[in-house]
Design a protein around this ligand. Structure first.
Ligand code: NAP
Length: 325
């Protein structure tokens, strides 16, 4: 069995597993409870101590937190102090003017609801899920600081923040005495915005760690789509990954990457995870899974997480060549 690595999150005292499990998909009321338990159990058995949620994960919104609360109660009761559980508020959660974005009113009401759904006294990390251009950052960061001071959260984070706002938000939090633990952006071989936009550097300079979501580009960076779009894959079951985005040019790119992964003796999923983890700013790769076996495959990335210069160049070549099509 692959041994999990635990990596320091920025300049904090907290270690996070190199791979963390997200409950965005497959934890709603539309999936059997047994599958959710099996996914969490498999992650736990492989050393994944960090479980990432948000108020709106479902469907319906809130149901992933409810399911996770039940799993905690039944399967993990003895392990609360060995787990890092995060939730977020920012996207639409309830009707009316106080059900989304970054006001103190919304953030704290949402956190209270999340704690209730999960039957928890506190979460380990509470995030602002997105930057709100219409609320003073001081207010949103003040709500995060209060979440910690009132015992509802141990640490705070921000997600999907542009580089400039990371700088401002982390400075405000530092001033309040609640340093920002972590930033959570999307990042994978196909979607590299934090690399060009300066988000990694901004988090590094502030002493915050970075946990990247969708390191597999929602399953694209696996061997799943090499021969077309299989039934039951994410691209066929919801609108977040569009079947139309898996065009011939993308499949050519995936095949090129898969050939490199094969030479490295790993699956494409494993290479995609190893690739994000070899970047110095990144603390953890936040994966999703629809089957326990996928988690096992993904954790296998740690068996070969080092790239030589020639491999990195070859990957860039495949990605660049494809972009020109
Ligand atoms: N902060 C934010 O705004 C934000 C946004 C999105 C996600 N997130 C977080 O990031 C987490 C992960 O996001 P994600 O689910 O998009 O991550 P991902 O790891 O890129 O994609 C996961 C999906 O890829 C497929 N897959 C996973 N491992 C595989 C393997 N080894 N072989 C073949 N297919 C595999 C599965 O889809 P199939 O259904 O096709 O099997 C799985 O559900 C979320 O749960 C959430 O916690 C945060």
């Amino acid at each position: 069995m692959t041994e999990m690595q635990y990596r320091r999150c920025g300049r904090s005292g907290l270690l996070l597993p190199a791979l963390s499990l997200g409950l965005w998909h497959n934890f709603g009321a539309d999936h059997p409870h047994k599958l959710k338990r099996d996914l969490c159990a498999k992650a736990w058995d492989l050393g994944i101590t960090h479980f990432d949620l948000a108020n709106n994960y479902g469907p319906p919104p809130g149901s992933a937190e409810e399911a996770f609360g039940k799993i905690l109660q039944k399967d993990f009761k003895a392990h609360r102090d060995q787990m890092i559980i995060s939730t977020k508020a920012g996207y639409h959660m309830w009707d009316g003017p106080y059900g989304e974005w970054g006001s103190r009113k919304y953030m704290l009401a949402s956190l209270d609801q999340s704690l209730k759904r999960m039957n928890l006294a506190y979460v380990d990390i509470f995030y602002s899920h997105r930057f709100d251009p219409n609320t003073p950052l001081e207010e949103t960061m003040g709500a995060l600081d209060f979440a910690v001071r009132s015992g509802r959260a141990l640490y705070v984070g921000i997600s999907n923040y542009p580089a400039e706002q990371i700088k401002k938000a982390t400075a405000i939090l530092r001033g309040l005495g609640t340093p920002c633990l972590i930033h959570q952006p999307r990042y994978n071989m196909l979607q590299r915005e934090p690399e060009v936009g300066g988000a990694f550097e901004s988090a590094d300079e502030a002493g915050a760690g970075t946990i990247v979501f969708s390191p597999l580009a929602q399953g694209l960076l696996t061997n799943k789509y090499l021969g077309g779009v299989p039934k039951g894959s994410r691209a066929t079951v919801n609108h977040f990954l569009k079947e139309s985005s898996i065009d011939a040019a993308t499949v050519t790119k995936l095949k090129g990457l898969n050939a490199i992964a094969e030479k490295r003796g790993q699956t494409l999923a494993q290479m995609a995870i190893a690739w994000v983890l070899h970047k110095k700013s990144i603390t953890s790769a936040l994966i999703g899974a629809s089957k326990p076996a996928q988690i096992e495959d993904s954790v296998g990335a740690l068996k070969n997480a080092i790239f030589n210069a020639a491999e990195l160049l070859e990957i860039e070549h495949v990605l660049k060549k494809q972009n020109e099509n």
